[in-house]
Design a protein around this ligand. Structure first.
Ligand SMILES: Nc1ncnc2c1ncn2[C@@H]1O[C@H](COP(=O)(O)OP(=O)(O)O)[C@@H](O)[C@H]1O
Ligand SMILES: [Mg+2]
Length: 316
C-alpha cells in the first residue's frame, strides 16, 4: 500500500503546496492536503489523536507548511504528530526556533555559526547603548518575529531607533537592533537545504532603493553558485536549528558570510524559477528515504525479537 503523506497547508492552491504534493505523489506517496486549523487534537491518558471532520488522521509522514500567523496552533498539531511517531519534516522545535530571530541567533552564535551583531533591547531607554554596541548608525531595527520584510527597518539616527524600539515594545513585540551589513548592497543569498545538503541556491536583489531583498517586496532572484564556506555555513545553520528543510539567508559581509535568517517553510516558487532545480522533488526524495529507514529499522527489530510488534512510524 502507498504510504500516506499529510501536507499541512492553508493554501492548497499555493505554488509550493502544489509542487510538493505533485512531487510527493510522483515519488509514490498518497497525499492529503489538510488545513492545520481544521484539525482537532484529543488527548487522554493513553496519549493523543488527531481528527479531521470527525475521522482520525492516519499517515506515515507529515510535511508542515505553517504560516507565521498560525505558528502556535500549527506547532501544537505538528507536536501531536511527532508523539504519534510519524515522520515529520520539519519538527515542531525546529519550526519554533526558526520563527524567533533571537532564539535562532543565540543558538547559531553558540555553535559558532556567524551572525550579524545583534542586540535584544528589553527597555527603550537602552536603545542608544544597543545601537553603539552594534556599531552605530545606520543600523537595522527588527522584530524577533516577522516575515516578508515587514517589521524590518533601516534607521539612520538614534532618535529613529529609539522611536521604533519604543513602538515595538508598546505593541508587545520584542525588538532587535542589528548591525547593518552595508557591503551586501541590498542583496543576499538563499540556500535551500534538504536533508543536510544544499539542493539549490539563489541571489536575491532588492528592488530599487529598497534595502530588503525579499521576493515578496519585488526583489529579483538569480541562480548563484555558493562558495564552500557559504555551503558549509548554510548546512551548519540548518543542523543547529534541527531542521530537515530550510531556506538559509546569508549576507556577504567584509568578514565573510553571515546568517541572517533560517526559514522553516521556505517558498519554492522563486528558487525553482531562478535555478530550474526540482527542489520539491528533493523534498519528496528525502521523505521517501526517511520512510525507508524506518522500514529497515522495523525489519531489524522484528528479526531481533523474532516477533512482529507494532510498526514504528505508523500513526496508529
Ligand atoms: N542587518 C542587516 N543588514 C543588511 N540587510 C539586512 C539586515 N537585516 C535585514 N536585511 C535585509 O532585509 C531583508 C529582510 O530581513 P529579515 O531579517 O530576513 O526579515 P524577514 O524575516 O521579514 O525576511 C533581508 O533579506 C535583507 O535583504
Ligand atoms: Mg528574510
Amino acid at each position: 500500500m502507498e504510504p500516506r503523506l499529510v501536507l499541512l497547508s492553508r493554501g492548497p492552491e499555493l505554488y509550493s503546496t502544489r509542487r510538493l504534493a505533485t512531487e510527493a505523489e510522483r515519488a509514490g506517496w498518497m497525499v492529503d492536503i489538510i488545513d492545520p486549523l481544521a484539525l482537532t487534537i484529543v488527548v487522554d491518558e493513553d496519549g493523543g489523536r488527531i481528527f479531521h471532520k470527525g475521522w482520525p488522521v492516519e499517515c506515515e509522514a507529515v510535511l508542515p507548511r505553517i504560516g507565521y500567523s498560525i505558528t502556535r496552533r500549527g506547532v501544537a498539531i505538528v507536536r501531536q504528530f511527532e508523539q504519534l511517531g510519524v515522520i515529520v519534516l520539519n519538527s515542531s522545535q525546529g519550526i519554533l526556533r526558526s520563527r524567533d530571530k533571537l532564539v535562532a541567533c543565540q543558538m547559531m552564535a553558540e555553535k559558532r555559526v556567524p551572525v550579524p551583531i545583534t542586540a535584544h533591547v528589553g527597555a527603550w531607554e537602552d536603545t542608544d547603548r544597543a545601537v553603539r554596541r552594534v556599531g552605530g548608525t545606520p543600523c537595522v531595527v527588527k522584530s524577533t518575529e516577522g516575515t516578508h520584510g515587514s517589521g524590518v527597518f533601516l534607521v539612520n539616527s538614534f532618535q529613529q531607533a529609539r522611536q521604533l524600539v519604543y513602538q515595538m515594545l508598546e505593541r508587545g513585540m520584542r525588538p532587535l537592533v542589528q548591525e547593518y551589513i552595508e557591503e551586501s548592497h541590498g542583496s543576499d543569498v538563499r540556500a535551500l537545504v534538504v536533508g543536510g545538503k544544499v539542493v539549490a541556491s539563489m541571489r536575491r536583489k532588492a528592488h530599487g532603493s529598497e534595502f530588503r531583498s525579499n521576493f515578496h517586496l519585488g526583489g529579483s532572484v538569480s541562480k548563484v553558485d555558493l562558495t564552500e564556506e557559504q555551503e558549509s555555513i548554510a548546512i551548519s545553520a540548518t543542523e543547529t536549528l534541527g531542521l530537515e528543510l530550510a531556506g538559509v539567508d546569508m549576507l556577504d559581509s567584509s568578514r565573510g558570510p553571515l546568517v541572517l535568517e533560517v526559514n522553516s517553510s521556505p517558498g519554492l516558487e522563486g528558487i525553482e524559477g531562478a535555478t530550474r532545480e526540482n527542489v520539491a522533488g528533493r523534498v519528496a526524495e528525502r521523505l521517501s528515504y526517511l520512510y525507508e529507514c524506518i522500514g529497515s529499522e522495523n525489519k531489524e527489530a522484528d528479526a531481533d525479537t523474532n516477533e512482529s510488534g507494532p510498526e514504528k512510524g505508523r500513526a496508529y
